[in-house]
Design a protein around this ligand. Structure first.
Ligand code: 5MM
Length: 341
């Protein structure tokens, strides 16, 4: 393992002003997104949509540091025959790959899930590296509800995250470690804080136990937020203050960067929260975005599957990427959104 090189890539992934595009929707998830805009989820339509994003010159060259791909996409070519991975590299961004194989019910723990995909992962990582992937992603899902999460679910998911991260580093690939505490439910922000605290502590304990080099990874956590159905929604300032307090308590300064998931927040909320956190600096790690929905909802709507809308889709993507790029430096203002509208 070349740790200097892993650290160089991890640092580039969280460079100020830039963040990660999570375009690794599995077939089921992208179908849901396409259903919402009335587009059939065929292999060709998925390719055309992602090609539109990766050819968005302004977004990709100025605000996107890396792209997380799904297995289908990493092997696909653009309409002109250029591999989609090459389009990403040519824009100056780093290609990455989602390597988990989704979730399964966790035995003896009703309502809880464990992420799977460790079998043969070493072989798959080698193929992805040869294709150009320089980082990977594995997402664990922790739900908050009555009597859950159990320590069993937190512990087995943390164990799998660390096993994955060690395998990535051995294959010279930077692991994005994503333990997502879901924001579905009616819990308040303090319950989210308490559960995320337990999840992050357990995750770092496992990472250390399995000898993962913290300097060669990126953490992708949820923010401390109120559950979507909670009657009292925390303010932007409270989310920023509690999230930074949580991360400072749990994430060692050796970790080069933290890139948040958006988790179902609106585009504007995800941007405002990241921006507000940068007002609380200096911070010991790079802090940026690795959004899926909060970067793609607007371009999906603008594109709607029509070739004549490609330029509009790219404009919408570039706008959200720019807003989040500014937020990753604490330089975003809500008036910039109104101007664009
Ligand atoms: C883009 O969505 C990713 C893949 O999800 P599925 O495996 O369910 O299709 C997802 O892991 C994503 O990378 C993160 O949750 C961040 O995306 P959001 O939309 O939460 O920012």
């Amino acid at each position: 393992m070349n740790l200097t090189e892993l650290n160089r890539i991890a640092t580039a992934m969280v460079a100020p002003g830039k963040g990660i595009l999570a375009a690794d929707e599995s077939s089921g998830t992208i179908k849901k997104r396409f259903d919402a805009i009335g587009v059939e989820s065929t292999e060709g339509n998925r390719r055309d949509y992602r090609e539109m994003l990766f050819r968005s010159k302004e977004a990709m060259s100025q605000y996107i540091s890396g792209v997380i791909l799904y297995d289908e996409t990493i092997w696909q070519d653009a309409k002109d025959g250029t591999p989609l991975v090459k389009l990403i590299e040519q824009s100056g961004a780093i290609p990455g790959i989602k390597v988990d194989e989704g979730t399964q019910p966790l035995p003896m723990c009703p309502g809880e899930l464990v992420t799977v995909g460790l079998d043969k992962l070493a072989e798959r990582l080698k193929k992805y590296y040869d294709r150009g992937a320089r980082f990977a992603k594995w997402r664990a899902v922790i739900d908050i509800g009555s009597g859950i999460p159990s320590m069993t679910a937190i512990s087995v998911n943390a164990h799998a995250l660390a096993r994955y991260a060690a395998l990535c580093q051995a294959a010279q690939i930077v692991p994005i470690v994503e333990p997502e505490v879901l924001m579905d439910g009616d819990h308040d922000i303090d319950r989210c804080f308490e559960v995320t605290n337990r999840v992050l502590n357990e995750t770092f304990q496992e990472l250390r136990a399995q000898r993962v080099a913290l300097e060669g990874m990126v953490l992708k956590p949820n923010m401390a937020v109120s559950g979507k159905k909670c009657a009292k929604q925390a303010s932007v300032e409270e989310v920023a203050e509690k999230t930074i307090r949580l991360l400072k308590a749990c994430v060692p300064a050796a970790v080069p960067g933290i890139a948040f998931l958006s988790g179902g927040q609106s585009d504007a909320e995800a941007t405002a929260h990241l921006n507000a956190m940068h007002k609380l600096g200096p911070l010991p790690w790079g802090l940026t975005f690795s959004y899926g929905r909060a970067l793609q909802a607007a371009p999906q709507k603008a594109w709607s599957g029509k070739a004549e809308n490609v330029a509009a889709g790219q404009r919408a993507f570039s706008h959200r990427a720019r807003m989040n790029g500014l937020a990753s430096k604490g330089e975003w203002q809500s008036s910039l959104e109104q101007k664009a509208a």
